[in-house]
Design a protein around this ligand. Structure first.
Ligand SMILES: NC(=O)c1ccc[n+]([C@@H]2O[C@H](COP(=O)([O-])OP(=O)(O)OC[C@H]3O[C@@H](n4cnc5c(N)ncnc54)[C@H](OP(=O)(O)O)[C@@H]3O)[C@@H](O)[C@H]2O)c1
Length: 443
């Protein structure tokens, strides 16, 4: 592995084709024999530092249409939190099901799950049938894994019945020294970014792009007012940037003055600190409080000069969904991609149908959408929101930060890269965007 790392660090990328792929590599994983370890504990007390391990694992066999990537850096997504606390289900069920699809997918069904749905690195080997990529290519990977044997996936690959999220519903993810991906997950690494910066946006940036911008999502247009929950978090920090540079008006919800400052520094003017306002949308576990929805709606109108929001960018789920449906404008759209606080949502349907509002769903992104989202990063129109970077050995702490909502933007993880700050190929472009790239650092 050292030879590979040294060749990359020395920028001798042509040499990689001549180097042997190691038989094993270090990876972040959860173990099947530990999947019940947190049984009976409340969600908040399930500690990823106990379930995530860094271990040496065997390199998987490279199949047709696949690539092995030397991973320089990766990042923590919320799906790593879910895998590490075995909620809402253990991800080993996904691996078992995938293993049953074909001879080639059997390799995914193992007693361990190598996690991670982002990477920045260099292609080491490609399998038969891969023509677009070659060893030595500097890449990032999006996390959509599809088989595409069914016609259903051919208009929009997210509709493939065999659609999976790599590193969550498949094995051999990006939080590791090597990763196995399908070649149609690969995209060029933006040259002005370091490895860890390039690895940060992938999953959340692509998801926010489909959810907010794509016509498969809310199809945001200039002048739309967009309520963004968790506006300084993983998804929200990209949605906020997309609203701003797409000519829309974000109303950013955050939970502290520091988070309010950071979204303001991105250019957002309308900001609600939900902690300071003390919203309590639920009186108790079973009863919502419509008065609190009204108070929230009034605050939005105060900020917007009396307007309601065209789009609600939803992901907290149960806790906020009733309020989200209430505050959307007549004819407006509530678009959801998640349920962090609970997946059984409740809302008052009268506000939906009488006001002709729409609830839409969104999930990750197809290759084209992920490519467009990566292109925005490459062009310096959207910037990584990396706040903190951990070495691979501390991935448990990195994941705990996200689990406890103690982070901002994205949390990065160094895998093969020995230090931060490496991998920049276009210093001039970097200089131009440096303050925006560094906006979240150290906050
Ligand atoms: N379907 C998909 O393809 C897809 C893709 C990416 C993520 N997701 C899911 O989306 C969710 C968010 O992911 P993320 O990466 O953005 O996570 P994140 O970085 O933790 O950000 C989520 C933000 O939500 C806000 N939040 C948390 N609890 C809240 C509550 N009770 N009420 C209102 N806001 C609350 C927090 O912001 P404040 O505390 O500042 O308000 C937090 O920063 C996760 O469940 C994840 O699994 C789904």
């Amino acid at each position: 592995m050292n030879e590979i790392r040294d060749a990359i660090l020395a920028d001798q990328l042509d040499a990689l084709a001549g180097l042997e792929v190691p038989q094993s590599y270090r990876a972040v994983l959860v173990r099947k024999d530990e999947q019940d370890m947190f049984e009976g504990l409340p969600t908040k007390e399930k500690d990823p530092r106990k379930s995530l391990h860094v271990e040496e694992v065997a390199t998987p066999e490279l199949g047709p249409g696949e690539a092995i990537v030397a991973v320089m850096a990766s990042s923590v997504n919320y799906n790593t939190v879910w895998t590490s606390i075995f909620e809402p289900v253990s991800t080993f069920g996904f691996l078992e099901r995938y293993g049953r699809v074909s001879e080639l997918t059997k390799k995914h069904d193992l007693p361990y799950h190598v996690v991670g749905s982002d990477l920045a690195g260099v292609v080491l080997r490609v399998g038969p049938g891969v023509n677009k990529w070659k060893p030595g290519d500097e890449v990032v990977a999006h996390c959509l894994s599809v088989e595409l044997e069914d016609p259903a996936g051919h208009d929009d690959t997210m509709m493939d019945p065999q659609q999976r999220i790599w590193g969550f519903e498949t094995n051999f993810g990006g939080l590791a020294e090597l990763a196995l991906v399908k070649s149609n997950q690969l995209m060029p690494k933006p040259a002005h970014l370091t490895w860890e910066e390039a690895a940060a946006p992938g999953l959340v940036n692509s998801t926010a792009y489909r959810q907010l911008v794509s016509r498969n999502g809310a199809n945001m247009k200039q002048g739309d007012t967009v309520l963004i929950w968790g506006a300084s978090g993983g998804l929200g920090s990209y949605a906020t940037q997309m609203a701003l540079n797409g000519g829309a008006i974000p109303v950013c919800v955050v939970s502290s003055p520091e988070k309010a400052d950071i979204v303001r520094s991105m250019g957002a003017e309308l900001v609600i600190d939900r902690s300071a306002e003390g919203y309590k949308f639920w009186k108790d576990e079973a009863t919502q409080d419509p008065k609190e929805w009204q108070r929230f709606g009034k605050k939005i109108r105060e900020l917007t000069g009396g307007e309601d929001v065209d789009i609600v960018f939803e992901h907290p789920g149960r806790e906020t969904f009733g309020a989200s449906v209430y505050v959307a404008k007549k004819g407006g759209t509530i678009i959801t991609c998640a349920s962090t606080t609970g997946y059984l949502h409740e809302y008052d349907n009268r506000y939906l149908w009488m006001n002709l509002k729409k609830i839409l769903s969104s999930h990750f992104a197809n290759y084209k959408e992920a490519w467009e989202a990566n292109r925005l990063i490459d062009k310096g129109l959207i910037h990584p929101t990396l706040s903190k970077v951990y070495p691979m050995e501390e991935v448990g702490q990195a994941t705990l930060d996200v689990h406890r909502n103690a982070h901002q933007g994205k949390v990065g993880v160094l895998t093969l890269a020995p230090t931060e700050g490496l991998g920049v190929k276009d210093a001039e472009k970097r200089e131009k965007h440096l303050s925006a790239i560094n906006r979240f650092r150290g906050v």
